[in-house]
Design a protein around this ligand. Structure first.
Ligand SMILES: Cc1cc2nc3c(=O)[nH]c(=O)nc-3n(C[C@H](O)[C@H](O)[C@H](O)COP(=O)(O)OP(=O)(O)OC[C@H]3O[C@@H](n4cnc5c(N)ncnc54)[C@H](O)[C@@H]3O)c2cc1C
Length: 141
């Protein structure tokens, strides 16, 4: 991981010192601007092997799961495809920034959370044998 340690310049930014924190080496680079980008990593290492992740570590859900995934364990014998926000593990749902392909906006994350709750309710209903249908447009094929 690279870390900006200090910035320098007479009247405006001219240099920046960066450190590679994995090995501790530092170097000074010419720079005219510094843009901070934070919050762009999903931190889902602990989920690897439990639910499918995309190449960047975001959780794959619903239609983004490949047909191959949907037709093998633990989906075999189930009578529906994964719901829109359902992960590769039936009954586990993902919403918000951590979901692969999500919009990465606050309102979208809140909206997805409210939709996920509806699917959780339906999932539990199915298990108990009294499934209420998902809202039109949110039903899996
Ligand atoms: C710099 C920046 C600016 C942004 N500006 C805007 C903007 O102007 N407008 C806008 O709409 N959106 C903006 N966004 C995006 C917005 O912040 C996100 O879309 C929104 O916060 C996503 O909500 P979330 O609940 O999915 O995830 P988060 O808000 O990231 O919440 C996830 C939470 O889970 C916690 N967590 C992570 N791992 C674990 C774990 N293992 N156990 C327990 N808790 C855990 C985290 O600490 C965090 O509190 C911005 C984002 C960034 C980074």
């Amino acid at each position: 991981m690279w870390c900006a340690d200090w910035t320098d310049g007479a009247e405006w930014l001219e240099r920046i010192e960066v450190e590679d924190t994995s090995v501790g080496t530092r170097e000074t680079l010419p720079a005219a601007a510094l843009i901070v980008l934070i919050g762009a990593e999903p931190h889902t290492d602990w989920l690897a092997g439990m639910v499918l992740l995309d190449r960047s570590g975001y959780i794959i859900t619903g239609p983004e799961l490949s047909p191959g995934t949907r037709h093998q364990s633990p989906w075999t014998g189930r009578h529906h495809d994964p719901y829109l926000l359902e992960t590769s593990l039936p009954g586990v749902f993902a919403a918000g920034d951590v979901r692969s392909g999500s919009v990465k906006r606050a309102a979208a994350a809140v909206g997805e959370g409210s939709i996920a709750i509806r699917f959780v309710s339906e999932h539990l209903g199915r298990r108990a044998g009294f499934a209420a249908p998902a809202p039109a447009g949110l039903r899996p094929a």
